[in-house]
Unconditional design. Structure first.
Length: 198
């Protein structure tokens, strides 16, 4: 009897650990990654496919996550034919993303802070993440809109990336003097929409 009572007290004193919140798995086919780059004489835009990822929550708030982008799928959607093929080939080359050597890029969330008073449908988190391109990692901060339900997380973000921090200096006026109207902006824009399910 004492032994049974002792076991009962032990169970109360040392309750079982709370099971960690299960991660949501990114639906790569339903998620999108869009880019836009500008230059003195115009702009180009396109896509890349998300390969995989996970999103974690506390149940009601975003906690963390990581998405992996398949850089071999980078494509231009504003061109067709010969000019399209030349641009995509150049983007995959060592002048830009070196996709044969660095097949993936990734965004790994390090911390998140809810934005107080955020209206429904607007950015409601400030995200700090590690962005890795060409094997080089830099910390970035950006706002995001996140909707969390028991079965799904929707994550949307619009951010600018300074490509020169990832050793992509081709056509950069910051590194090439006298480039004039051939200059390509150091920053390019990324719009990402992630759907993650349980």
């Amino acid at each position: 009897m004492l032994a049974i009572a002792g076991l009962g007290l032990s169970a109360i004193a040392n309750p079982p650990a709370k099971k960690a919140d299960a991660p949501y798995t990114v639906d790569a086919a339903a998620s999108t990654f869009n880019w836009k780059a500008t230059k003195v004489t115009g702009e180009h835009s396109g896509i890349a496919k998300i390969a995989s990822g996970i999103v974690t929550t506390t149940g009601t708030n975003l906690k963390g996550g990581e998405i992996v982008i398949d850089m071999s799928t980078i494509d231009a959607t504003d061109l067709t034919g010969e000019y399209h093929d030349k641009l995509v080939g150049h983007l995959k080359s060592e002048d830009f993303f070196s996709t044969a050597k660095f097949a993936t890029a990734s965004i790994k969330i390090k911390s998140v802070t809810p934005i107080k008073g955020a209206a429904a449908g607007s950015n409601n988190y400030t995200v700090v993440a590690d962005l890795t391109i060409k094997g080089i990692t830099n910390e970035i901060t950006f706002p995001a809109m996140v909707v969390i339900t028991a079965k799904q997380v929707i994550f949307k973000a619009d951010l600018n990336v300074n490509r020169t921090k990832y050793d992509i200096k081709y056509g950069s006026a910051s590194f090439i003097e006298g480039i004039g109207d051939k200059a390509i902006s150091d920053d390019f824009n990324v719009k990402v929409r992630v759907i993650a399910n349980r």
